[in-house]
Design a protein around this ligand. Structure first.
Ligand SMILES: Cc1cc2nc3c(=O)[nH]c(=O)nc-3n(C[C@H](O)[C@H](O)[C@H](O)COP(=O)(O)OP(=O)(O)OC[C@H]3O[C@@H](n4cnc5c(N)ncnc54)[C@H](O)[C@@H]3O)c2cc1C
Length: 428
């Protein structure tokens, strides 16, 4: 932890309700520069803004938000209790998938398209391979109206895709036993993102853009310095330090409900997830990237990835609701989930059925109503923002999410439909 800067220091934007407004920047003595030309591949560089913003949480939401703020010239402090992409964070672990198929939820398809482009540009800019183009097959018992709708949304968004009949699935990927598979939706441009690496690289680039990264646990606003006139003056930390800022973004994933129990206690649930990695037979690379795509089979509540980076062939059964404490619960995989994973292997990847478990991960989701994100200003503290509710699908959107959240916090234009979709409902 860098203690040097744990000092109570006045930020610039006294009394500004929303950072980034012309009035606020004038108050801050900052200069309002015209927005530079938009680079559609990379995302907009936001107009330069003054002031200090503390972002709590260096996962997919917080890391990318801090990056966009730092690149806009804001003095950013990115704080994480365990560091970016830790084993406790939902954004940690080896990989996350980037798919485009989102049923009829066209907004998430559009965002995934934009995000994929930005991930590519960023990895090139940073000289680090963050994504692997794996492709993805979603297996179905039959072609239904719902899948036709998904495909028409993909068509509208210009996403390459194909419906493959069941027998053809077995011919293209002989590792897959297609019994009972009516067909598959093939997304050739779907990818796997190296999750933990990406979190660390994003945080390093926050620092490179002038931001500061600290390892410290923030206290809930209710336990820190008292709010005054509907604003939080400073954030308290475990150990007694505090930090003043103009705005605070709480991007705390599955910890959000505990930080804001009255506001979010009923809106975010935190179920555990057990993820298994099986070792392919020696000398057999049929189950490794690039020889097999990511796969999912919703009717059997299982998804998985080929062996990436030597972690093993990933099989993740889903659907449980057992609550999980991300700070204190031990991450020992449960026997019944392992059994489910093995049953699936026996059915769909018989050559892997008796292969040993070589790695496992127990993590947690932060599910919000309707699986929609929760991004909003705190109803009582005008300079406090909530950003989370990833609901099992937010990681891929990081580069777009970060710009969107930064815009909200800076008081810049965003899509009102999205603002409404991701609103935090006030408690009854
Ligand atoms: C098994 C599984 C599979 C998934 N698969 C996909 C997928 O394929 N594709 C996809 O796009 N998404 C996927 N997701 C969802 C995605 O990973 C999450 O939506 C996303 O990572 C959430 O990011 P976050 O920033 O909200 O939370 P987190 O990554 O948990 O980050 C929150 C951070 O806040 C920090 N923090 C919390 N409280 C404090 C505090 N008081 N002080 C300081 N720091 C604090 C934590 O240490 C943590 O690092 C999956 C999730 C799981 C669990």
């Amino acid at each position: 932890m860098k203690r040097r800067t744990f000092l109570a220091r006045g930020g610039g934007l006294v009394g500004a309700a929303a950072l980034g407004s012309k009035a606020a920047q004038t108050l801050a003595g900052g200069e309002l520069l015209p927005p530079p030309a938009r680079d559609p591949a990379r995302g907009a560089r936001l107009p330069r803004s003054g002031g200090r913003i503390v972002v709590v949480g260096a996962g997919a939401f917080g890391g990318w938000t801090a990056l966009h703020l730092a690149e806009a010239g804001v003095e950013v402090v990115l704080v994480d209790a365990y560091g970016p992409g830790s084993a406790r964070a939902t954004s940690g672990g080896d990989s996350r998938g980037l798919r485009f198929a989102y049923g009829d939820r066209a907004i998430y398809t559009r965002w995934a398209v934009e995000a994929a482009q930005r991930w590519r540009v960023r990895q090139e800019e940073w000289g680090t391979e963050l994504m692997l183009t794996t492709g993805r097959i979603s297996l179905f018992p039959a072609l239904t109206e719902a899948t036709r709708t998904t495909m028409s949304v993909l068509e509208g968004a210009g996403v390459d895709h194909e419906w493959i009949e069941g027998a053809e699935v077995g011919r293209r990927w002989p590792q897959v036993a297609p019994a009972g598979v009516g067909g598959a939706l093939w997304e050739p441009d779907a990818t796997a993102i190296r999750a933990n690496l990406a979190c660390r690289v994003v945080a390093a680039n926050v620092e490179a853009a002038g931001g500061e990264l600290r390892v410290a646990r923030a206290l809930p606003p209710s336990d820190g310095p008292a709010p005054a006139a509907g604003r939080l003056p400073a954030l308290g930390f475990e150990g007694g330090d505090s930090l003043e800022a103009d705005a605070f973004v709480f991007a705390c994933g599955s910890w959000l409900a505990g930080l804001f129990p009255d506001l979010l206690g009923d809106q975010i649930s935190v179920p555990r997830r057990d993820v298994f990695f099986f070792g392919p037979p020696a000398g057999d690379d049929r189950f490794s990237h690039p020889n097999l795509p990511n796969f999912s089979e919703g009717s059997r509540s299982v998804y998985g990835f080929p062996d990436l980076d030597g972690f093993g062939f990933k099989v993740a059964p889903f659907g449980g609701l057992d609550p999980f404490d991300p700070d204190t619960d031990e991450r020992v995989p449960a026997a019944h989930w392992l059994r489910r994973a093995r049953e699936y292997l026996a059915l769909r990847f018989p050559a892997m059925a008796d292969q040993p478990l070589v790695h496992s991960r127990v993590c947690q989701l932060e599910n919000a109503p309707g699986d929609h994100f929760l991004i909003d200003r705190h109803p009582e503290l005008e300079n406090v923002w909530i950003a989370g509710g990833g609901s099992g699908h937010a990681f891929k959107h990081g580069p777009v999410l970060g710009e969107y959240i930064a815009r909200r916090v800076l008081g810049q234009e965003t899509d009102p439909e999205l603002d409404a979709l991701w609103r935090v409902s006030a408690p009854d």
